[in-house]
Design a protein around this ligand. Structure first.
Ligand SMILES: Cc1cc2nc3c(=O)[nH]c(=O)nc-3n(C[C@H](O)[C@H](O)[C@H](O)COP(=O)(O)OP(=O)(O)OC[C@H]3O[C@@H](n4cnc5c(N)ncnc54)[C@H](O)[C@@H]3O)c2cc1C
Length: 498
C-alpha cells in the first residue's frame, strides 16, 4: 500500500520513527513549526525506561512509568499538525523518501528522524535469551516480574532442599546501572518484602548474585563509587562476583569462568556452575536493527554495536534530510569543536539530540546552515536499593565535580526521576507508592497472569536439574564468550553506555 495523502500543497512532512526519549523531544520541538509530523512507534506507549526495573520488581504498575503516545501528544493531534501511527518500521527506502511499516504501507517523508533506540545483545548467544530475559520493554519487565515471583512460589512447593535451592537463587548478569539496581532490589524483596508471607521457606535465605565480567561494578563511575556501590549491595544482602565470565546459560543455571592463580602462580581459567532458575540479563546492548536497514539503504557507517555514525549535525552523509538520534546514533558532542567527545547512551543524550535534530530541520527549511550537536552532561546517577545509590554531578558553571553516595544520593536520585516522569498523575502515583514502600517495605504490583500459559515448560516444571558439572580448571586462555556489563564485551562489541 502506498501513501496517497500527499498533495503538492501540503506542508513538508517530518516522519519520526520511535517515540522514546529522542523521538518525543523531536515531536515536541516541532510542535509549532510549519510542518506536518508523523510519529510511528511499534508500541502505543512512551516508556520511561529508567524506572522499568521498578515494574520488573513489582514496585510500580506499568501505567505509572508509561503513557499512551496519542494522549501525550493529544494537543498537537488536536491542532492538526501531528499523526500517530502504531506500527513497526521494517525498512527505509531513501531512493523514494519512504519508510515501510509492517512490511507493507509506505509513508513518504521530506525529513526523517530515526529514534528507534537499542535492544539486547547476547554477544552471538541469542539462545540464552529465553532463559535470561533482558530489560528494555514493558514485556521484558512483565516476564522478569513473573519469573521472580513464580520462583518463590515454586520454592514453597518444593520439598527437597537440594531442588529448592535453584528456585531461591537469583542471578543477574552484568553490573552496569541496570544490573546493580536489579540485584539490589531483588535482595530487598527477599530480605524485606516477602519475609513473613511464606510458611515452608524463609525468603531471607534466598541468594541474589550479581555476576560481572570486568573487575568492578558500575564500570562507568569513578572507582571509589564502584567500591561504595559494592558495599551497599552487600549491605542489602546481594553477593557480587566480579571477574566472572559467563560461558553458558540454561534453564537450570549459569556456567561461568573465573581466572585464578594456578599451582605455579600463573592464572588459570576455572569453570563453575551456579544452579539458578531465575536469571536476568543486564550485560549487553546493541543498536536497533533499523541501523542495519539504514546502512543498506544509504551505505552509512555503523559502529561495532550497530549504531549509525552521524555527522556533527546528526544527519547522515549525503542525506541532509535524514537524522539519527538517541541510542541508535553514534554521535559526538562539539561543545569544544576541536575536541569532540562521544555522547553516552542515556536519556538526556537522546532528548538533547531529538531537540537538535528538530532545530536543524527548521534551519534547513529556512535555508540556513545546520549546527553541530553539543551535549550538556550534568552527571551520572545509579540507584542500588532503598537508601542506597551513588551520584556524580558535574557543575559546569563552577567547574566542579561532586561525588556522593548512600541516603543523600538515593534521595537525589528519587527526586530527579520523579521530576522527569511524564504527567502529573504519574508523578503523584509514583511518589505515593514510593512513600508507602519506604515505610512498609511492600511492593504492590505483584499480581501477574497465569504463568502456565506464558512460560516455556522448562522454566516452570519442577523437573530435576541435570547433575552439576564438576568445577574444572583449564589452561590460561580466557574463555570464549565473555559478556561484561552494558558497556562492552570481550566478544569485541561495544555498546551504548547506560
Ligand atoms: C532498564 C533501563 C534503565 C535505564 N536507566 C537510565 C537512567 O537511569 N538514566 C538515563 O539517563 N538513562 C537510562 N537508560 C537509558 C535510556 O533509557 C536510553 O538512553 C533512552 O531511552 C534512549 O532514547 P531513544 O529515544 O534513543 O530510545 P528509546 O527510548 O528506547 O525509544 C525507542 C522507541 O522506538 C520504538 N521503536 C524501536 N524500533 C522501532 C521500529 N522498527 N519501528 C517503530 N518503532 C520502533 C520503540 O518502541 C521505542 O518507543 C536506561 C535504559 C534501560 C533499558
Amino acid at each position: 500500500m502506498t501513501d496517497s495523502s500527499r498533495t503538492p500543497a501540503t506542508k513538508p512532512r517530518v516522519v519520526i520513527i520511535g517515540c522514546g526519549f529522542g523521538g518525543l523531544e523531536a515531536a515536541k520541538a516541532l510542535s509549532h513549526a510549519p510542518v506536518e509530523i508523523v510519529v510511528i512507534d511499534r508500541t502505543n506507549h512512551h516508556l520511561f525506561q529508567p524506572l522499568l526495573y521498578q515494574v520488573a520488581t513489582a514496585g510500580l504498575p506499568a501505567p505509572a512509568i508509561a503513557g499512551p503516545i496519542r494522549h501525550i501528544l493529544r494537543k498537537q493531534i488536536a491542532r492538526g499538525n501531528l499523526t500517530v501511527l502504531m506500527g513497526e518500521v521494517t525498512s527505509i527506502d531513501t531512493a523514494s523518501n519512504c519508510v515501510v511499516i509492517d512490511g507493507g504501507e509506505h509513508i513518504h517523508y521530506d525529513h526523517l528522524v530515526v529514534a528507534a533506540g537499542a535492544t539486547h545483545s547476547y554477544f552471538g548467544r541469542d539462545d540464552w535469551a529465553k532463559y535470561a530475559p533482558g530489560l528494555k520493554t514493558l514485556g521484558d519487565a512483565f516476564t522478569i516480574r513473573r519469573r521472580v515471583l513464580t520462583a518463590f512460589e515454586q520454592a514453597e512447593r518444593e520439598t527437597d532442599p537440594a531442588k529448592r535451592e535453584p528456585w531461591l537463587t537469583f542471578a543477574v548478569v552484568g553490573a552496569g546501572p541496570t544490573g546493580v539496581e536489579m540485584a539490589g532490589t531483588l535482595a530487598e524483596i527477599a530480605q524485606q518484602t516477602l519475609k513473613s508471607e511464606f510458611r515452608r521457606i524463609d525468603s531471607r535465605r534466598a541468594r541474589v548474585i550479581l555476576l560481572e565480567g570486568a573487575g568492578r561494578v558500575l564500570g562507568t563511575f569513578p572507582e571509589d563509587l564502584s567500591e561504595r556501590a559494592k558495599e551497599q549491595l552487600k549491605g542489602l544482602g546481594a553477593e557480587v562476583l566480579t571477574g566472572a565470565k559467563v560461558t553458558n546459560i540454561t534453564a537450570f543455571g549459569i556456567h561461568y569462568d573465573t581466572m585464578e592463580p594456578g599451582a605455579d602462580g600463573t592464572p588459570v581459567a576455572v569453570s563453575h556452575f551456579l544452579p539458578s532458575r531465575t536469571v536476568v540479563w543486564a550485560a549487553g546492548v546493541a543498536a536497533s536493527p533499523l541501523g542495519r536497514a539504514l546502512a543498506k539503504s544509504t551505505h552509512c557507517q555503523l559502529d561495532r554495536a550497530g549504531r549509525v555514525v552521524v555527522q556533527p549535525d546528526l544527519s547522515l552523509p549525503d542525506h541532509p534530510n535524514l537524522y539519527v538520534v538517541g541510542d541508535l546514533a553514534h554521535a559526538k558532542s562539539y561543545l569544544d569543536p576541536h575536541n569532540p567527545t562521544p555522547v553516552p547512551g542515556v536519556s538526556p543524550g537522546a532528548k538533547q539530540m531529538g531537540r537538535k535534530a528538530a532545530f536543524n530541520i527548521l534551519r534547513r527549511l529556512e535555508n540556513k546552515e545546520t549546527q553541530a550537536f553539543r551535549y550538556f552532561d550534568y552527571g551520572n546517577l545509579a540507584t542500588i536499593g532503598k537508601r542506597a545509590a551513588v551520584a556524580v554531578l558535574d557543575l559546569p558553571y563552577i567547574n566542579k565535580r561532586v561525588k556522593f553516595s548512600g541516603f543523600s544520593a538515593w534521595l537525589f536520585w528519587l527526586f530527579v526521576h520523579v521530576y522527569f516522569l511524564i504527567g502529573f498523575r504519574n508523578r503523584t502515583v509514583v511518589m505515593l507508592d514510593w512513600a508507602w514502600a519506604y515505610f512498609t517495605s511492600q511492593r504492590h504490583a505483584r499480581v501477574f497472569p497465569d504463568p502456565h500459559a506464558l512460560e516455556p515448560n522448562a522454566m516452570l516444571v519442577r523437573v530435576t536439574p541435570p547433575a552439576a558439572p564438576p568445577v574444572s580448571v583449564s589452561a590460561v586462555h580466557p574463555p570464549a564468550a565473555t559478556p561484561t556489563s552494558n558497556t562492552s564485551s570481550s566478544a569485541g562489541q561495544t555498546a551504548p553506555a547506560r
